[in-house]
Design a protein around this ligand. Structure first.
Ligand code: NAD
Length: 352
């Protein structure tokens, strides 16, 4: 089997490709433009493997996509490439529309043309797997039931609106043109190789450098945390075994308030003495002006994937977080190089 993965140099895409290369005999074509968020280092183990190839291309570039599909003739597509940072979408929504909406349209159209040219088993087994987010469902109160696959869409940020638009396109290409598809909507991921602009790495790295730990509002926003390696297992399972036309929510069964996540990181760092000050690292916490339209709570009901595919997360949040903290402490060169480059000078906000 040859699977085309878009956005494979990103945080989740790289975990997925490492999982596929380690645990299957499939070949992987990774289409990634290498934006500021790409981490090709996360695929160093795969790059010497004959079953892996990287194509540097923009998913919104029709000619490039046509070329990639013509050369590689994939048996399926797992589409992850996206602009993924909510704060950036508020500062500059245009690229989110270009990549997440137009880019998805381009990959979808190319997949449809390719699928129409397949016959027999190849056509029957082809899948377009769209990787989306729980943020498309909007914001919950503390007492609302968790998001199910039937929850109506109510995106509230430019990022989640662009992802919702892409979900609707994929659903429409299935209903209208018959393109075989599956879709997954997952909660907040964490783990190794997460770009240091998202909440967990920002807190770890600021803490060990003796900097302030910025927390939006009162820190009472609630997210459900999913370890990226559990997510990779779920994606590979849905791609191969998910029912055509179906959507699956994926969550880590770990709802936490942001301030509790920050406290737990501080406690881990205090315990191992990894911060420069003599007091608790909790003293470095600084509450900052909230993000506009900040969704209060996301919670995922992942009963469907558990029932149908028997997937369940293997990490508890506490074990995953301890391992993640240890990983960032042992991989300082990677994040120090990113900090030194300051990519395009954007602040490192505590965003999720
Ligand atoms: P990421 O920002 O870490 O990586 C995105 C990757 O896509 C990068 O390697 C980048 O170079 C590539 N890319 C961006 N624009 C591209 C373009 N125009 N053409 C080709 N490649 C391009 O993102 P991530 O956190 O790994 O998220 C992957 C997917 O999962 C996204 O679709 C995101 O919406 C979704 N998701 C992420 C989370 C999360 O917690 N990180 C949660 C839910 C859903």
């Amino acid at each position: 089997m040859k699977v085309l993965v878009t956005g494979g140099c990103g945080f989740i895409g790289s975990a997925l490709i490492r999982h596929i290369i380690r645990h299957s005999t499939a070949q992987v074509v990774n289409v990634d433009k290498l934006t500021y968020a790409a981490t090709p280092e996360a695929l160093e183990d795969c790059s010497s493997n004959g079953r892996y190839v990287h194509e540097q291309a923009d998913i919104a570039d029709e000619a490039a996509m046509e070329r990639v599909f013509a050369i590689h003739k994939p048996d399926g597509v797992i589409h992850l490439a996206a602009e993924s940072h909510v704060d950036r979408s508020i500062d500059g929504p245009g690229i989110f529309v270009t990549t997440n909406v137009l880019g998805t349209y381009t990959v979808l159209n190319r997949s449809l043309a390719h699928w129409k040219g397949l016959s027999g088993d190849a056509g029957r087994h082809f899948r377009f797997h769209h990787v989306s987010t729980d943020e498309v469902y909007g914001s919950l109160s503390e007492t609302d039931p968790a998001f199910s696959e039937q929850t109506p869409y109510s995106p509230r940020s430019p990022y989640s609106a662009s992802k919702a638009a892409s979900d609707h396109l994929v659903q429409a290409w299935h209903e209208t043109y018959g393109l075989p598809m599956v879709m997954t909507n997952c909660s907040n991921n964490y783990g190794l190789w997460q770009f240091p602009e998202k909440l967990i790495p920002v807190i770890i790295l600021n803490a060990v450098q003796g900097k302030e730990l910025p927390v939006y509002g009162a820190g009472d926003n609630i997210r459900d945390w999913l370890h990226v390696e559990d997510h990779a297992v779920a994606l590979w399972q849905v791609f191969r075994q998910g029912r055509n036309g179906e959507k699956y929510n994926i969550g880590g069964n770990a709802e936490r308030r942001n301030i509790d996540v920050v406290h737990t990181i501080c406690d881990i760092l205090d315990e191992i003495g990894a911060t420069p000050g003599s007091g608790s690292c909790r003293d470095q916490i600084k509450f900052v002006t909230d993000r506009p339209g900040h969704d209060h709570r996301y919670a995922i009901d992942s009963g469907k994937i558990r029932r149908e595919l028997h997937w369940t997360p293997s990490y508890t949040f506490e074990r995953g977080l301890e391992e993640t903290v240890a990983w960032y402490l042992h991989n300082q060169k990677w994040w120090q190089d990113i900090h030194a480059r300051k990519y395009d000078g954007k602040r490192l906000g505590a965003s999720v």
